[in-house]
Design a protein around this ligand. Sequence first.
Ligand code: SF4
Ligand code: SF4
Length: 295
Amino acid sequence: SGLPPEVHARVADHPCYGPGADHRFARIHLPVAPACNIQCHYCNRKYDCAGESRPGVTSRRLTPEEAVARARAVAAELPKLSVVGIAGPGDPLAPGSVAHTFATLEGVKRALPGVRLCVSTNGLALADHADRLADLGVEHVTVTVNALDPEVGARLYAWVAWRGRRYTGPGAARLLSERQLEGLARLATRGVLCKVNSVLVPGVNDAHLPAVSRAVQGLGCFAHNVMPLLSAPEHGTHFGLTGQRGPTEAELAAVRRACGGRQMTHCRQCRADAVGMLGDDQNARFAHAGEAVRV
Ligand code: SF4
Ligand code: SF4
């Protein structure tokens, strides 16, 4: 797989990373994070966090108790469940989400000690919680980094809310990227495997992503995942970026080539409540898994 052996051993059963593991192992995302602390211009709050999301039915938010019950019920039916992740619908580490996120992670760890825990975040609050994530045994963290250059970032983010203040423009983008890099560096010292997602927005960050990719892989991230902006009409209106198109297949491939290093190519941009094998989502089958039977 080209991965260093110590990384390979830890991703072999992760459906998103292990070579061939997408057909052999399953994952579940638990939608417990209601709040977000930034506003991406490409966000469509009608759906899940666009960092990793496809449109569809908005995932129903679960309480930590409901989420743990769901994970437990799915694990009983899907013995190949190897990864339990939290990826939305807002940001798992935003102030309004973080208590739900940790309660869920702790509950899943107690209920299913054999699964690997995974968290996906915009990274603004990551440095504050990196040690707690590592102490809890979270093995995989994904951070969405769309820009390091504040001028590019200013075209992607409407605002960033940080310690009681709201920032806009290049200052907001600079604050976000500094916090993201600090969080990634801290997780690297704790041995947590980090992946970076970047949403490719043609004409905005395409020429800049190779610099992002070099920087984050230089910080120890084991994979970079350039994802196309989803902009078809059925995805609804974005918060900003009116009329923005997504990249063509050829543009996406060219940016991934220019980024180099270890590029992911099979991410499915799953929903915040995805369940099952990649490409074989079983949301319908497990729609009510773990819910108390009401009479
Ligand atoms: Fe939306 Fe961005 Fe927040 Fe995700 S991180 S929920 S895309 S504003
Ligand atoms: Fe894996 Fe991508 Fe789906 Fe996350 S969104 S579970 S990385 S395929």
